[in-house]
Each structure stands twice: as C-alpha cells, then as structure tokens.
Design a protein around this ligand. Structure first.
Ligand SMILES: [Zn+2]
Ligand SMILES: [Zn+2]
Ligand SMILES: [Zn+2]
Length: 156
C-alpha cells in the first residue's frame, strides 16, 4: 500500500512544510500514478488540468517529498530520475522493468553485511547505499513471446 493523499498532506503539515495549491496538484498527480514519473512527466500532467506550475516548483516539491521520505527516487535507464510515492516503510531497494516502467519495492535489504565489510576494508564511514535491479517483468516477457509467436505464424 502506498501513502494516501491525506497521509502525505498530514505528514507534510507535521514537518512544517507549506502546502500551496500547486504542491497539492503535484502530490495528486504522483499519488494517482502507479508507475514512476519523471519531473517532466509530472510537469505535463500537472499542466493538463491547471496551468502555471513551473519546472522549478516541481523540482522543489519533489525534493521536499523526498526529504520527508514520502517518495521513492531511482535512476531510470535513460538517465532520467523517476519518482514514485513511497510505500510506508523505511530503507528498501528497487526492481525496475526496462520495458513498461513497472517498479517493485524490494523490502528486505541484504546488503548490511557487505556495507560493513567495505567500510572496514576501506576505512570509510559509509552513510548511504543504493542498489537497483533492472530487467523485464513477467508481463512484458509474455507480451514479447506472444508477439514472437504471432510473427512466426504470419511468416509460415
Ligand atoms: Zn514490464
Ligand atoms: Zn520504493
Ligand atoms: Zn539496503
């Protein structure tokens, strides 16, 4: 379950963030999306219904949501950054589908031991780590198989 619109607003209120109508619009767009959105996609969707929300406001709002631990941020294959309203738990990793953009939260982190080891080996105080897996989801694999078999059907 991801956060509801109400959860997000009340969390932001608690942390003393100002909630402007433009921010509300951005949060609504993010909240109603099941896949990740790039800042440019947020911009497009926000300006569908209302106008006058600039890119700067979108970046600032995304930054604010990230600081409040309300959105997942990850790197997309095309070099863009995607955002998704975060599931209500803390540290986790992501599995992304290259084809359709499906994102799965991997709830268990198995990297603590490795992180400790690397810290000990290098003398670093390691404060953060990220780990993302990309691939092709079962749905896209199925679609590819179907496309392939229908192509074979036509050529024979
Ligand atoms: Zn997929
Ligand atoms: Zn996540
Ligand atoms: Zn981790």
């Amino acid at each position: 379950m991801s956060y509801t619109y109400k959860d997000i607003i009340s969390t932001l209120r608690r942390t003393g963030c100002k909630i402007t109508p433009q921010r509300r619009q951005i949060i609504k767009v993010l909240q109603s999306s099941t896949s990740h959105l790039t800042p440019a996609e947020v911009f497009e969707k926000v300006n569908c219904n209302s106008s006058g929300t600039g890119m700067v406001t979108i970046y600032r709002t995304l930054e604010m949501l990230e600081k409040a631990d309300l959105v997942c941020r990850f790197n997309l294959n095309n070099g863009h950054t995607g955002y998704l309203i975060r599931r209500p738990h803390q540290h986790h990793h992501h599995l992304l589908c290259n084809r359709c953009g499906l994102v799965i939260d991997l709830e268990d982190c198995h990297l603590e031991k490795l992180v400790k080891q690397v810290g000990a080996d290098t003398g670093f105080t390691i404060t953060e780590h990220s780990f993302e897996l990309t691939g092709i989801c079962p749905g896209c694999q199925q679609a590819e198989n179907d496309a392939r078999s229908s192509r074979v059907g036509i050529s024979t």
